[in-house]
Design a protein around this ligand. Sequence first.
Ligand SMILES: [Zn+2]
Length: 372
Amino acid sequence: MIVLRAFKAELDLNNKQKTACVRHAGAARFAYNWGLARKQQAFTNGEKIPSAIDCHRELNALKKTELAWMYQVSKCAPQEALRDLDKAFSHFFRRVKEKKSGSSVKVGFPRFKSKKHGLGGFRLTGAIHVFEKAIQLPRLGLLRLKERGYLPASGVHILSATLSEKAGHWFVSLQVEMEIPDPVVAEKPVVGVDLGINRMAQVSDGTYFENPRALKSALTNLKRIQRVVSRRQKGSANRRKVVKQLAKAHFQVANLRKDALHQATTFLKRTKSAIVLENLNVSGMMKNHHLAQAIADVGMYEFRRQLQYKGQWYGCEVLLADRFFPSTKRCSQCGNEKAVSLAERVYCCKHCGQVMDRDLNAAINLEHLLYC
Ligand SMILES: [Zn+2]
């Protein structure tokens, strides 16, 4: 079976390489914004909207005159940015269509990319080679890797490399096509998983995954810095300094969370043959300010996404329960249903007398869905 996979690793760049990367990211952002303005203009004038290929041709012509600085970067960077822009537009048109047929999605016209949200990144295609300690990229040459031997050096087909910056660190993400053995159909258990706020995930067989402690303390730190930022005067040098610290703290939380999620999803997909999850309306729940932080922490959406894409590699099926399935309200023993408040941590059934942890009860209900 051939699967698409991404491998991400941190780069160890010298100053010259950093400058080159910043320049490439700048060119990508410029091309994206330029293309967006170009498309808007065509739209208002009632002309045919230029495609990524048209835009790239026009941009290339400008390189000879006013955009000579673009010769310093690989032509891939602007080209791929214009492709991304086309993708953003096709998603936009899809959402417009969905909206017309009665969905509640936000239409969201593609927006200009601002430097305010960081340097962003750029994508390169073409001759990309991975070595144990370094990666060879078009135009940028040989870049050292912080971690040895993580990126696949052979046996894969490399489609592209995306470079991006986050809180002063540079990363490369390789998109590869690789052959993996077809999953063996083995007798592995079927489980339900309840994604929670107190615990990251409760499995119907009684096991569970806690939120890592390191994450909790990193979050406290994040909140503290956030408060400092709001006390500093806007535009002051002091504020800028703390904002930088804040970006670092965010980065740390995101990393810890991702690690915890990867551990849990890797374990689940390897050991189970099918997993039933709640189909939560995550974007709907994020509007609830009280719950928002907690839900964001658990990274429910990310958990589900990881399970779904990793599931196929191991022949593990991921099923989503209907959004209105009463996994929390139902008694997993007798099927009786009752209202359960958020504060009730234990499910007590008056009908059959069952007493069980609330999340475990919900996970078992989800598992039972498979047998219906
Ligand atoms: Zn009962």
